[in-house]
Design a protein around this ligand. Structure first.
Ligand code: NOJ
Ligand code: NOJ
Ligand code: CA
Ligand code: CA
Length: 715
């Protein structure tokens, strides 16, 4: 169907009207909720995450272990029996709580194929080969087992994050092989489509990606994994409804697999639909092997509406402490660079190893002190720290699947476990860990001493990576108030106490070979009103968002988006929940004013969207360009840059055979649903010179839901 503006609707427009304005209960009621509570699923600033490969952690119920050729405890490529019942038991045993862990990231819970990949005899034990996103992976448990896991976690102050892989189903393409499942996608047991008989366009059919460009990675398959076409309206609603099902169990967060391989426009539209009903923390995996700024990755972190796993930070720690191919000064420089590149560096999710790289112990050639010192850095640095299961027991392993071994022990006396136990609680107790800035105080090639600070609270961390040489530390200054401070780890890694004078000078001391120490001051009295974080960082009017920080007071004050007051749902000294007010879409600075009339500094950059979002594919024909010039889109809504070409959407793609090739360009964009938008394409050259289309503006009325494609000629 085509309307007068030249839009093809892939789904009929229906008359759904969004109802806003649930009335908020406020007044002077005192709410006990704090930023550190488990029911704060919006913000993970006070959490320490523990990443579990469900199949490899604990087998709590052998009756659900798969039978046949996909199960073999002695084969790293097959199922080993780990399940939700096993994780539940370890929660009850206190293994996580005693470590200070407050969130578990588990493997994708959805039903996977239960046949071996004929190319490598590998089973779906990792959870990345989905078959039915509405059913459980029976090897991990039943719906009841999942409910028990979520409920037990919450009773123990632990949040649950699920891995989720909306990019693909299972492998379907590898020359010379036939795949028994053919990448099939099901919904509650009913077939939606298969890869090789796909008249409905459920999948992209562009062969394997060569990773050469962003575009190539989005629309081609990752080594033959049947690549879902999220722009297909059936797939779009399937993935929105599927994630809703899991969030309705009470899941607190989502780790989104392979975000680099799906369009940002579709993902923003998916997130916006999630945030309408669920204020949860979402972070994506944009794989990156380096420490430098990748502009597409940074744009995604700042614009998509979700956080990212912080590969730059991980690689910097691995280089400085693992391989020692970089210095501690290099590590600090990455902290500085990321703090300026990421709009919300404290919301990025940090780690030192994971299931796609060598374990830290292996990287460090079996040197346990390197692992322990890496945890000291991880747990005191900005970002939400994640411990990869088993690395606290010094597990080893190079590549997948050998970095995904069974838990070797649950020893609560390993030094690494004790380091984590000592430092994790700082996330809850000292807001400098959760929200603080980062500043270097003393460094050389081997030593990094840095300070985190928030609203008068301070954490000072010193790490000496050189296990053969001690260093005398003189001329060190800190913002810790005058006094004596003992090492938070009680000398576990050779650290000592320090004395701070009234001027902030730290008396000279020796930082032993391979030693590290952490000193802290938590300000408890008369804190200023200070915002630490706002989560999620985007949304539509009426959504609930969470503001965390300190000094808000026990009595409700007010919250403003620009000049507009928001309606308050909950209020406590460290956490406020408000509804996004019905302001015009755009970027807003948020300010909190306490009941006594003191205001916080404003927290910049909150994105109010125009309304519910849909993913629209914009295409323009005959847009010829000189080499180095690219096509972008601007238009009359903030989602299209509000006519400001420096905020234009793109650069557009032009090299996907089944969609469009130069001089036709296309891009999938998240835009307000059911809205009439004016727009134009622009050409921008390598120096930033902008050439506008001539003539009058193009006009499109977007569908109320579903997806759409709009195609015009360059004018
Ligand atoms: C990234 C995951 O972390 C990795 O383990 C997986 O194989 C790919 N995405 C595909 O899902
Ligand atoms: C494709 C490139 O992506 C673009 O930058 C260039 O302008 C056109 N080819 C024309 O050479
Ligand atoms: Ca089992
Ligand atoms: Ca893809």
């Amino acid at each position: 169907m085509r309307n007068k503006h030249g839009v093809f609707f892939t789904k009929a427009v229906c008359g759904f009207i969004c109802t806003l304005g649930m009335t908020a209960g406020i007044g002077s009621t005192v709410f006990a909720q704090t930023d550190a509570d488990t029911d704060n699923s919006a913000s993970f600033s006070t959490d320490v995450i523990y990443q579990i490969v469900t199949d490899r952690f604990a087998d709590g119920d052998s009756s659900n272990n798969p039978s046949g050729d996909i199960f073999d405890k002695n084969d790293m490529k097959k199922y080993h029996g780990g399940d939700w019942a096993g994780i539940t038991q370890k929660i009850e045993d206190g293994y996580f709580s005693n470590m200070g862990v407050t969130a578990l990231w588990i493997s994708s819970p959805v039903e996977n194929i239960m046949t071996l990949d004929p190319t490598n005899q590998c089973a779906s034990y990792h959870g990345y080969w989905a078959k039915d996103f509405f059913e459980t992976n029976e090897a991990f448990g039943t719906e009841q087992d999942f409910t028990n896991l979520v409920d037990t976690a919450h009773e123990n102050g632990i949040k649950i994050v699920i891995d989720f892989a909306p990019n693909h189903t299972s492998t379907a393409e590898f020359a010379g092989y036939t795949f028994p499942e053919d990448g099939a996608l099901y919904r509650n047991g009913s077939l939606i489509g298969t890869f090789s008989n796909d008249s409905a366009g459920i999948f992209n059919h562009e062969s394997w990606t060569d990773y050469s460009t962003y575009e190539n990675g989005v629309y081609h398959s990752m080594y033959g994994l049947a690549d879902l076409n999220q722009q297909n309206a059936t797939v779009d609603s399937y993935l929105k409804e599927a994630i809703d099902k899991w969030l309705d169990y009470g899941v607190d967060g989502i780790r989104v697999d392979a975000v680099k391989h799906m369009s940002m426009g579709w993902q923003t539209n998916w997130l916006s639909s999630i945030y309408e009903d669920h204020s949860v923390f979402v972070f994506g995996e944009w794989y990156n092997g380096g420490t430098g700024n990748d502009s597409q990755m940074t744009t995604f972190a700042n614009e998509s509406g979700m956080s990212l796993l912080d590969f730059r930070y991980a690689n910097a720690v691995r280089n400085a402490l693992g391989t020692e191919s970089a210095t501690m000064e290099d590590l600090y420089q990455v902290m500085v660079d990321t703090a300026s590149d990421y709009e919300e560096v404290n919301d990025q999710v940090t780690f030192i190893d994971n299931h796609d790289m060598s374990r830290f112990m292996t990287l460090a050639d079996g040197n346990g002190r390197d692992v322990e010192n890496a945890y000291v850095l991880l747990l005191t640095s900005r970002g939400v720290p994640t411990i990869y299961y088993g690395s606290e027991q010094y597990a080893q392993g190079t590549t997948d699947p050998y970095n995904r071994g069974d838990m070797t022990s649950f020893d609560e006396n390993s030094t690494a476990y004790k380091v984590i136990s000592a430092l994790s609680p700082l996330r809850k107790t000292n807001p400098a860990a959760a929200y603080g800035t980062t500043q270097e105080r003393w460094m050389n090639d081997d030593v990094l001493i840095y300070e985190r600070e928030f609203n008068g609270s301070v954490i000072l961390t010193a790490v000496n990576r050189n296990q053969n040489q001690s260093y005398s530390i003189s001329g060190l200054y800190t913002d810790l108030p005058a006094g004596n401070y003992s090492d938070v780890m009680n000398g576990l890694l050779g650290g000592n106490g320090i004395t701070v004078s009234g001027s902030g000078a730290v008396s000279n001391f020796t930082l032993g070979a391979g030693a590290s120490a952490v000193w802290e001051f938590t300000k408890t009295d008369a804190a200023d009103v200070a915002i630490g974080n706002v989560d999620p960082g985007m949304g539509i009017a009426g959504n609930e968002i969470t503001i965390t920080g300190r000094g808000f007071g026990d009595k409700a004050g007010s919250v403003a988006f620009g000049d507009t007051t928001a309606s308050v749902v909950d209020w406590s000294d460290s956490r406020i929940t408000v509804q996004i007010p019905g302001v015009a879409a755009g970027e807003y600075a948020i300010t909190v004013t306490n009941a006594a009339g003191s205001s916080s500094d404003s927290y910049a950059g909150f994105d109010v969207l125009t309304g519910e979002q849909v993913s629209v594919r914009f295409m323009v024909n005959n847009a010829s360009t000189d080499y180095g010039t690219n096509v972008y889109l601007v238009g009359s809504v903030p989602e299209l840059g509000n006519w400001n070409p420096s905020k234009a959407i793109g650069s557009f793609f032009n090299s996907t055979a089944s969609i469009a090739s130069y001089p036709t360009w296309f891009y999938d964009v998240s835009v307000p649903a059911g809205t009439t938008i004016e727009y134009k394409f622009v050409k921008i050259d390598g120096s930033g010179n902008v050439t506008w289309e001539s003539g009058s503006n193009h006009v499109v009325t977007t569908p109320a839901d579903g997806t759409a494609t709009v195609c015009v000629d360059w004018q």
